[in-house]
Design a protein around this ligand. Structure first.
Ligand SMILES: Nc1nc2c(ncn2[C@@H]2O[C@H](COP(=O)(O)OP(=O)(O)O)[C@@H](O)[C@H]2O)c(=O)[nH]1
Ligand SMILES: [Mg+2]
Length: 502
């Protein structure tokens, strides 16, 4: 169910955001819809949900008591009842013995009459029941996201709550679950609708002042009051926007890129993270060309790790493309792991080339200016600690060379370098627990912290709203126009101004 349901909701929410959805008028002539609410395929129980005005008719035609064949016009609401389910278009053949739950409007998911059939989860039972429903006048199979669409139009949920529900179904980690649940429970809606309503009341004040400015009875403080409200709302929105993308990172997964010269063990590291072979490991330089990505759970957070092509001077067109992809991926990542090994630096001639390439890597991926190549989210992994006998000394030499290349003190690299061996596993646990701490520090939230936005569309609309509020505050002409635009921008996030679209 997860992916289908998620796609359906995403589809609906996208439609709403582009304002291609049905008008309220259209919704009034609605039919009764039904669909399997649980995953397709064999299961202990499969659920079919029916919503709309014909639901009562479905009860009358398809539900019988276990003991007799009498039709029933209604059943006890919100109670799980064991009933016989019959097919009215096939001489009332018994389809299944099922648990049925009746949710009369408006206390249901969609706000309409809803009937849930909890069938034995056999493909043929589900198929026959869906076919029987199709035969009842006024009933049809639901379109993708249609139950949520009705919940939205009946003001059961706003857009952020629908998105939160979709995220909850899709959540794979504890952090995603907590965030999605809070959004599904309406935390973002309350915050955004609060701002929208403040802006609308400020707008009303401004309009009153403009409309009746000649009349003495108008309180001259109304405009100042509106300005104060907007100043505060502008401040709150700006603060909400300076969130370091926490909510989006938790939802989409924190991106880590493994980057470095060829043959240092990047693919071996991703295989170690995945605990299986996802990337080809070979002593031949240039084996990895495409980006290889895995998703894993570190400390309750979803982390997406990418293995990339080794960065070097190459004349091979395909390898060059791979290197470009690697650099792009590293720029896009929230954490960069530069992977190095010690064996390449033992030979001094080799060492010169090695660091030339190293400088290219840093120059390409650094978001900071060239004097400060090391940004705060770049870390180093020195692999193959099993290889050199005088390993400790070689690592020290490598660290010294790194410091001089990066123009930093050794102390600045403390807690930024991990020495490991993919072959023996040495150092792996230390690296993982350090990484765990880094991720937790980046993403953890406290109960006191406000909710975070979770989607680019939230951000875009809030940026627009803040821009209009700023224009209002800076404008020399008294006008409510900018406030209307700001309220509309926030309304696009929640769908709170849906009546405007009819
Ligand atoms: N001795 C040793 N060899 C390793 C280690 N990690 C990787 N290798 C070997 O180094 C070579 C290159 O590894 P690979 O993961 O393909 O490197 P990549 O080009 O950076 O992706 C392969 O032959 C690996 O078996 C390690 O920790 N110790
Ligand atoms: Mg590789």
């Amino acid at each position: 169910m997860n992916s289908t349901f998620y796609k359906n909701i995403a589809h609906f929410s996208q439609k709403l955001c582009h304002r291609h959805f049905l008008s309220q008028k259209h919704i009034k002539h609605y039919s009764t819809i039904f669909a399997q609410a649980s995953s397709p395929g064999k299961a202990g129980v499969s659920v079919i949900r029916i919503s709309g005005p014909e639901t009562k008719n479905v009860i009358q035609k398809m539900i019988r008591s276990l003991k007799n064949e009498q039709c029933t016009n209604s059943i006890a609401p919100r109670t799980a009842l064991l009933k016989k389910l019959v097919n009215p278009s096939k001489k009332n053949d018994v389809l299944d013995i099922a648990l049925v739950i009746w949710f009369p409007a408006p206390r249901s998911y969609t706000g309409e009459d809803i009937l849930e059939l909890h069938l034995h989860g056999s493909n043929i039972v589900v198929k026959n029941t869906l076919e029987a429903l199709q035969e009842i006048k006024g009933c049809r199979l639901a379109e993708p996201g249609e139950f949520s669409k009705r919940a939205f139009y009946n003001s059961k949920m706003d857009l952020t709550e629908i998105e939160g529900l979709a995220d909850l179904i899709n959540a794979e980690t504890e952090a995603q679950r907590i965030q999605a649940l809070s959004q599904a429970q309406g935390k973002l809606r309350i915050l955004y609708e609060g701002w929208r309503s403040d802006i609308i009341s400020a707008m009303a004040n401004v309009e009153t002042v403009l409309e009746f400015s000649e009349e003495e009875s108008i309180d001259s403080g109304l405009f100042d009051q509106a300005q104060d409200t907007i100043k505060k709302t502008f401040f709150d929105i700006s603060k909400h926007l300076s969130d370091k993308n926490k909510g989006e990172i938790v939802r989409n997964g924190l991106k880590i890129a493994l980057i470095g010269p060829p043959n240092v063990g990047k693919s071996s590291i991703i295989n170690h993270f995945a605990k299986r072979s996802v990337a080809i490991v070979s002593p031949i330089a240039g084996t990895t060309r495409d980006i290889i990505e895995i998703s894993t759970n570190i400390g309750g957070y979803q982390v997406v790790i990418s293995d990339t092509a080794g960065i070097c001077h190459s004349s091979n067109e395909i390898e060059k493309q791979g290197i470009e992809l690697a650099i792009e991926r590293a720029k896009d990542a929230q954490i960069k792991f530069i992977v190095l090994d010690t064996c390449s630096i033992i030979n001094s001639e080799f060492r010169t080339n090695y660091f030339k390439e190293f400088r290219i890597i840093l120059n390409n991926i650094s978001k900071t200016n060239s004097n400060q190549l090391l940004d705060e989210n770049t870390y180093f992994i020195i692999n193959k600690s099993d290889l050199t006998k005088a390993h400790e000394k070689t690592v020290d030499l490598l660290i010294d060379l790194l410091c001089s290349e990066l123009c930093v003190q050794k102390s600045q690299l403390k807690n930024k370098i991990w020495t490991i061996s993919c072959k023996t596993g040495k150092g792996w646990d230390t690296m993982l627990s350090n990484l765990n701490l880094i991720i937790t520090k980046m993403l953890q939230t406290s109960a006191q912290e406000p909710v975070f936005l979770t989607r680019e569309r939230h951000r875009q609309n809030l940026v627009n709203a803040a821009m209009y509020l700023k224009r209002f505050l800076e404008s020399v002409v008294e006008s409510a126009e900018e406030l209307r635009f700001a309220a509309n921008s926030i309304g696009k996030i929640t769908g709170g101004n849906r009546h405007l679209y009819t």
